[in-house]
Design a protein around this ligand. Structure first.
Ligand code: C2E
Ligand code: CA
Ligand code: CA
Length: 613
């Protein structure tokens, strides 16, 4: 009777290894490693084909006792080949003498089947007949066991065969250098994934990553260093993909790595169940950000960039060849456009998102290409009219679009994480600029730098500030960091720690766009603040009796009660300035006295205001 007892797997019998782990004996690292490998072999799938139920019963029970968890049996040789194709066992124990279909026929079928071809087969035979053995050997039987089978001999032979197979499988399926799956294993996996995905309508995407200028690195540092780099890249790729990126689809995502080394400096990633171009892009960005940290290779710091081409299933293609081909095409577009960027192969994406992507790619390079600038807007004393400081405001001198205002790129920078490097650049540049003015003999002024909440929450912000100060040599009390109200409200404990640390360094903290958030007075009291900036929207509306006037009044009164400097933003008219003077506002900024201008125009402003040489 057909008798597939794969349900045996459910019975969990403790293996010898587990029983042995009584902690009483010391095991060396090598022994532990060997033990670990042997334990892993116990997960192998073993199939037994024998027409005698008792033989099956005895051997299966014994193997289960040895810890093998995955045993499939059959007493009907006619169904054996179908079962083999279904279960793809790691090793087959095959009886020779069976009615209907004999063992030799089955062996022949195995050796001529493309997928089963290399499966190890141990022949169980009571026959002492040399000719039968010879025939089995001709059909590439892997090993023999005489019947009745000696269980300890079976255990040893099985273990050795499985170990050899595991090693062989590894060689066939994994990249020797990085240990990642190779193209063969990956294609096999993607093929299975896509078949399932098309039935269940699961969206997938393929990322094809290539390092930029790997050949030059290899030539300059040597192949050994190149190899070390590739291994390190592989580890960072592994770190970039989180389990939460992959939808839990039983039998798919948990089975093996979503990565592959294609050869050379090229890698593939399959993301299954990550629903949209957006989430794929998020993961691609995470890969970029992980790769952007310098690599330390033979005592050299190496900065490596990469390009990624992405194709989406099913939008771009429904079969594996085309999908991989499209990802490769997208990669070559990314490389042609200068590298260090992400490109979608996509007719499906609308132009809006490809425009954004273009912008993102350009922004990523803007710092290196020196396209970013800081303009500075003067800040004055409301009563004396003296210059009190300058606020650094970022501009992007875009190669095609000319001067781009921050509203058009700061949100994108925040979303993509680029704000971290942009902000770091702005901080460093502003500090250096201020020191340059001081060195030119002008009266020292304070410099205000805008800080985005994303920037503050990412990376090590305090350290960035400390470095900007020490690198430029600017005194900490000449630096004012402008943070927004919303930032103060998020993650209050962490914010307080960070502000206290900055405060301890001597840096001043200003709350930007004040009045637009919802911070409570009692909360503000608990923070180490120095300045409040009244948002432009209130200032522009001030006139006697208006709501905005009442708000500005209240903010000024509140600042005074908290002992903070209050600065009005966006002062455009003399009437607005008079209003502020009457209410006791300390300082102001605005088009009335000074627009943001490039450093080249600051010589005049400083000369007029502080009488430097
Ligand atoms: P913000 O910090 O509130 O900067 C003041 C904005 O008001 C500036 O716009 C400035 O040009 C503009 N402004 C100043 N006086 C007047 C006036 O009298 N009338 C009018 N209508 N506008 C005035 P800008 O330079 O376009 O910057 C916009 C925003 O972009 C800034 O708002 C700030 O939130 C952000 N930003 C600028 N540079 C940086 C930066 O380096 N880092 C970060 N994170 N954000 C920045
Ligand atoms: Ca500001
Ligand atoms: Ca503001």
């Amino acid at each position: 009777m057909p008798d597939s007892k794969s349900a045996r797997a459910a019975k969990s019998v403790p293996s010898r290894g587990q029983q042995r782990a009584d902690g009483s004996t010391f095991r060396s690292k090598d022994e532990v490693e060997v033990g670990r490998r042997m334990e892993a072999l116990k997960a192998s799938k073993i199939m037994m084909v024998d027409d005698e139920p008792t033989t099956i019963e005895v051997l299966a029970t014994f193997l289960e006792g040895e810890g093998y968890e995955n045993i499939v049996t059959s007493t009907d040789s006619r169904e054996a080949v179908d079962l083999l194709r279904k279960h793809l066992p790691d090793c087959v124990l095959l009886d020779l003498m069976m009615p209907n279909v004999d063992g030799l026929q089955i062996l022949r079928a195995i050796r001529s089947d493309a997928t089963l071809q290399h499966t190890p087969v141990i022949i169980l035979t009571s026959s002492t007949d040399a000719e039968t053995k010879l025939k089995a050997l001709q059909h590439e039987a892997t090993d023999f066991l005489g019947k009745p089978v000696d269980p300890s001999e079976l255990a040893l032979r099985l273990r050795n065969i499985l170990a050899a197979k595991a090693y062989q499988d590894h060689l066939i399926n994994y990249d020797g250098l990085t240990g990642l799956p190779n193209r063969r294993l990956f294609l096999d996996r993607v093929d299975r994934i896509l078949r399932r995905a098309s039935v269940e309508s699961i969206p997938c995407s393929v990322l094809h990553l290539g390092l930029d200028r790997f050949k030059q690195i290899n030539d300059a540092l040597g192949h050994r260093a190149g190899d070390i780099l590739l291994k390190a890249v592989a580890r960072r790729l592994e770190r970039s993909i989180r389990p939460s990126d992959l939808l839990a689809i039983p039998g798919l995502n948990e089975a093996g790595s979503p990565l592959c080394r294609l050869g050379g400096d090229e890698f593939l990633v399959i993301l299954c169940g990550s629903p949209s171009a957006d989430s794929t892009r998020t993961i691609a960005r995470r890969i970029f950000s992980n790769l952007s940290q310098p690599f330390r290779i033979s005592d050299e710091e190496l900065i490596v960039t990469a390009s990624i081409g992405i194709s989406l299933f099913p939008e771009d293609a429904e079969d594996i060849e085309a999908l991989l081909g499209h990802a490769a095409t997208a990669l070559s577009h990314a490389k042609q456009a200068g590298g260090n960027q992400i490109a979608f192969y996509s007719r499906a994406l609308n132009t809006e998102s490809s425009k954004r992507l273009l912008m993102e790619n350009q922004l990523r390079k803007a710092i290196g290409r020196e396209e970013l600038l800081l303009y500075y807007q003067p800040k004055f004393d409301t009563y004396s009219g003296d210059l009190r400081g300058a606020e650094a405001l970022m501009r992007w001198n875009h190669p095609e679009q000319g001067l781009v205002p921050p509203v058009d790129f700061i949100p994108l920078a925040e979303e993509t994480g680029l704000i971290e490097s942009l902000g770091e650049w702005a901080l460093a540049t502003a500090c250096h600029q201020n020191v340059a003015w001081q060195n030119a003999g002008f009266e020292p002024i304070s410099i205000s730098v805008n800080v985005s909440s994303k920037q503050m929450r990412r990376g090590n912000f305090v350290q960035t500030v400390r470095f900007a100060l020490s690198d430029s040599g600017m005194a900490a009390d000449h630096l004012i960091l402008e943070v927004t109200e919303s930032m103060l409200i998020e993650d209050q404990a962490k914010t307080l720690d960070m502000l206290n640390e900055l405060k301890a360094m001597g840096v001043k903290i200003s709350v930007d766009d004040f009045g637009t958030g919802y911070s409570s007075l009692s909360y503000l009291k608990s923070l180490p603040l120095d300045e409040l900036k009244v948002d432009r929207s209130f200032v522009s509306g001030v006139s006697e009796g208006s709501d905005d006037s009442a708000i500005v009044n209240a903010i000024i009164a509140m600042s005074q009660s908290l002992g903070l400097i209050v600065v009005a933003e966006g002062v455009e008219t003399a009437a607005q300035l008079r209003f502020l003077q009457n209410r006791g506002c300390d300082q102001y900024q605005g088009f009335l006295r000074g627009r943001p201008v490039p450093p080249s125009e600051w010589g005049d402003i400083l000369k007029r205001s502080t009488g430097g040489d």
